[in-house]
Design a protein around this ligand. Structure first.
Ligand code: 3PG
Length: 210
């Protein structure tokens, strides 16, 4: 499933992590990000309308690849899947989520930071992991130190990642892409400044994986 997931991402270096406060923003936001070169987006289940936002993007924005984030349990996993999510992101790894992923075709990107968590995920056959919260947990130097014992495990660091430090992560051999909310800040989403968001997406899409 990792290969299926990676081909879906198709080399996209940054996955926008979105918190949709007004469901009407979802479609124009997804369109702007796709125009800027970031078709794969993660809509987090941190707001009441998140599932509806996923449903609308899945139905109306053909060019987008919409995933669900902040999935904490099996129920949310299946609700997000039913809404049209192409991938599922979770802040951590639990037995319940491992079982949900095993019973589904939809790839799971679960969070793992410590060697023990990474080994848990690895035993479950999960080898593409979210390193979250990346900056707070130790940043690129921490992640770099995981490359040697965990050859074959690839990461998507998120949490405190911005244009300032994204390159440090993308330069690491065990990093495939980064995630972050900086491409869709509230100050631009609220007034619906889709052109500015498209521009931020374009800059992020140019942060090529080294
Ligand atoms: C996530 O769930 O990936 C993070 O909340 C994104 O973190 P950021 O807002 O610091 O980019």
């Amino acid at each position: 499933k990792t290969e299926q997931f990676l081909s879906l991402l198709d080399g996209q270096p940054v996955i926008p992590v979105l918190k949709i406060d007004r469901v009407a923003d979802a479609v124009p936001l997804a369109r702007a990000l796709a125009r800027g070169g970031l078709p794969a987006i993660e809509i987090t289940l941190r707001t009441a309308d998140a599932l509806e936002a996923i449903r609308r993007v899945a139905a109306e924005v053909e060019e987008a690849i919409v995933g669900a984030g902040t999935i904490l349990n099996a129920r949310q996993f299946s609700e997000a899947e039913a809404a049209g999510s192409k991938f599922i992101v979770s802040p951590g790894v639990t037995r319940e989520l491992i079982a949900a992923a095993a019973n589904s075709k939809t790839p799971l990107l679960p969070g793992a930071i410590t060697p023990g968590e990474i080994m848990m995920a690895r035993e479950a056959g999960l080898d593409f992991l979210k390193f979250f919260p990346a900056e707070q947990a130790g940043g690129a130097s921490f992640l770099k130190a995981l490359a040697s014992p965990f050859a074959g495990i690839r990461f998507c660091p998120t949490g405190g990642v911005t244009t300032r430090n994204a390159r440090d992560y993308l330069a690491l051999p065990n990093v495939v892409c980064v995630g972050g909310s900086w491409v869709a800040p509230d100050e631009l989403v609220r007034p619906g400044d889709w052109a500015a968001i498209e521009q931020l997406a374009r800059e992020a899409a140019d942060l090529l994986k080294a």
